[in-house]
Structure formats: C-alpha cells, structure tokens
Write a protein that binds this ligand. Structure first.
Ligand code: SF4
Length: 342
C-alpha cells in the first residue's frame, strides 16, 4: 500500500492522524516539530513518540521528503537541483538555489510542465505533466544541500503557481507559520502570468510579494506571446492589483522580457507607463535567451538601457536583471524545463 506523506500537513491535520493511530492529540504538534523543525526524514526518528505509536504510524504514513535525483553547480555559485515528481524521476522538475551576499534564494517549481503555453517559454512548449503536491514542492526546500541556510524563496520555477493554488498555499503556510519555518511573507515572492480568480485568492489569503509576467502592454500583441491574455486580460489583472495596498511592506513587480524590435520600442515604454501609472511598483527588464523556432531575438544592451531610462523619466523604477547561472542553464527561461516565468 502506498503510504501517505506527512510533509505539508498542519499540526491540526497531524493531530487527527495521531489520534487515529491511538496516540495522544498533542503528538500532532510534536510530529510537526520533528518534520519542520528538526527535519527528520523518518517517523522512526521521532523519539518522543512511543515506539509502538511510531510503528503504527509507519504502517500508513511516511515523512515523504523526496531527495534530488541530480544537481549541477554554476561558476557563479548558482545550484540547480532536479527533483522527481510523485516518486517518478522520469517526470522531474527543477529547483534553483541562487546565492547573493548573505541571501540564499530558492526558485521552486510548482508544476511539471505548464498549461499556459507562453510562446517564449520552453516549459510551455513541453506541455503539462501534472501539478505538484505540497509535499513535492516542499521537498525542494528540504532536499537541497543548503536546506538549513535558505533565506528567501520565489515561486518562479516551472509551472504557473496560481494554476496550483491549493497546494502552493499549503506550502506558503508551512513557510510562514510559527509551527513551520516562521518566515516573514516578505521573504516569499510568487510569480504569475495573471490567473485572475486565484490571483484574488493569493492577494486575499497571503501577504507575500507578487511578480506579474507582463512582457507587452498592448493586449493584441501580448495575446500572441501569452494565450492567457484572452482569458484574463492584463488590464483586468492590473485593475485587481490596484485594489490592494502595495505602499507598505508588500511589493508588486512586473517582469518584462525584452524581444528585439518587438516590445522594446519607445511606443511600448510609453504604453507601459500608462498601464502602470500611479501604481507603486517596479519593473524588471529581463534579457531574453533565445529558444528554437521563436521569431524574436534578444534586445541589445543599448535598447534595454534606453527602455529603462524612458520608464525612469516617466517615474517608473525599472532594473535590468542580471542573469545568474547561465552556464548550467538555470537562468530564467533556461531551466531544463526551460521556463521563463521570471
Ligand atoms: Fe507556464 Fe510560466 Fe512558461 Fe508561461 S512562462 S508557459 S506560465 S511556465
């Protein structure tokens, strides 16, 4: 019989399981402490539970951390890990650890492949191979060599996290709850192309930072890059965002991958300024890494700088994002899944 994974469960859920196994209710909290605090991999290691209780639990349950099946390190210290999905190494996703000064940020995947079909993204081209469970997403935090040293996390790996909101929310709960990692939500950023119904839930149900993949301010043009524009127009996404407070601790940024001659013109910069007018936000300009059979090229450094400066003159803060880990194909848009959800 396949065992149920405890990873991702709350102390209340663990209490139910403990009671079912004939253990006292307070054991739920102890199990949570073993899994999230002490990070044990087996129920057998939970030594303040009775031996008989551990044995009963082990019949049906396991901690369920999946270990990586591959890793690669870039010359700049970025490390890419490959994780199996639901025990299947043939259906692997990536997690990328990016060191930066005293920060260590983990870029996690939320789905194997993706349904959203963005034209510039290799993950989108691979099709969809399933959403990750909370346990599989959390395994990316637990299974890497730097597991105990992480300071931040971005949901920017493979997949659209708001197409898997229930599981992603469970992960955010573990990361931020006092019984979990007790991280401030400011340490977490979720990147989305703007799946409206779940974007509202994310904004209501968490305080994490938001990054929206925008890429083109003109709806007709954006629709040719990102089919999601037809279902959830970027204008509606921005109208929703305007209803929330981004003037305090919580931040919103917009990701803008630059395609030569296509979306890097002054006309685009001006339209972007109009679209985001009055919103407290920043824009990240991302260098595009060419992918096969995609018609647009990479914008020149000069074009990117001119675009950035035009936005700045209009009052919008924009930064050209440094690319990390290119030599191991971990740069945004180049995950083995080759995603550009950045
Ligand atoms: Fe999916 Fe993100 Fe790639 Fe679009 S950019 S296809 S949402 S992974």
């Amino acid at each position: 019989m396949e065992k149920t994974r405890l990873l991702g469960m709350t102390p209340d859920q663990l209490k139910e399981i403990a009671l079912e196994a004939g253990l006292p209710g307070f054991t739920g909290k102890q199990i949570a402490q073993w899994i999230y605090g002490r990070r044990v991999r087996t129920i057998g290691e939970m030594t303040n539970l009775s031996k008989a209780g551990r044995e009963r639990l082990s019949e049906r349950y396991e901690v369920g951390v999946a270990e990586p099946v591959g890793k690669a390190e870039s010359s700049d210290g970025t490390r890419k890990y490959l994780f199996p999905v639901n025990g299947d190494p043939g259906n692997a996703v990536e997690a990328v650890m990016i060191p930066d000064g005293d920060r260590k940020t983990l870029c996690v995947s939320s789905q194997a492949g993706c349904k959203m079909g963005c034209k510039f993204c290799m993950t989108g081209r691979q099709g969809f191979h399933g959403s990750l469970s909370a346990a599989d997403i959390l395994s990316q935090f637990f299974g890497i060599d730097e597991a105990g040293e992480l300071t931040n996390s971005v949901f920017m790996g493979m997949g659209e996290p708001l197409d898997n909101w229930e599981e992603v929310k469970r992960v955010i709960d573990v990361l931020t709850a006092p019984w979990g990692f007790a991280w401030s939500p400011k340490r977490i950023t979720l990147s989305t192309i703007g799946v409206l119904p779940n974007l509202k839930r994310f904004l209501d149900e968490s305080k994490c930072h938001l990054a929206v993949s925008l890429h083109d301010p003109f709806p007709e043009e954006r629709a040719t890059l990102m089919p999601v524009e037809k279902a959830y127009p970027i204008r509606d996404v921005i109208s929703l965002i305007r209803k929330y407070d981004f003037t305090g601790q919580r931040r919103v940024s917009f990701e803008y991958t630059m395609f030569a001659g296509h979306n890097d013109t002054p006309r685009h910069a001006d339209a972007l300024l109009r679209l985001l007018q009055g919103l407290e936000c920043r824009v990240n300009l991302i260098r595009f890494h060419r992918i096969p059979d995609f018609p647009y090229g990479t914008s020149s450094q000069a074009a990117m700088e001119a675009f950035r400066d035009r936005l700045a003159r209009g009052g919008l803060t924009a930064t050209i994002r440094a690319s990390r880990g290119e030599d191991i194909l971990a740069a945004c848009g180049l995950l083995a899944g080759l995603h550009n959800h950045a």
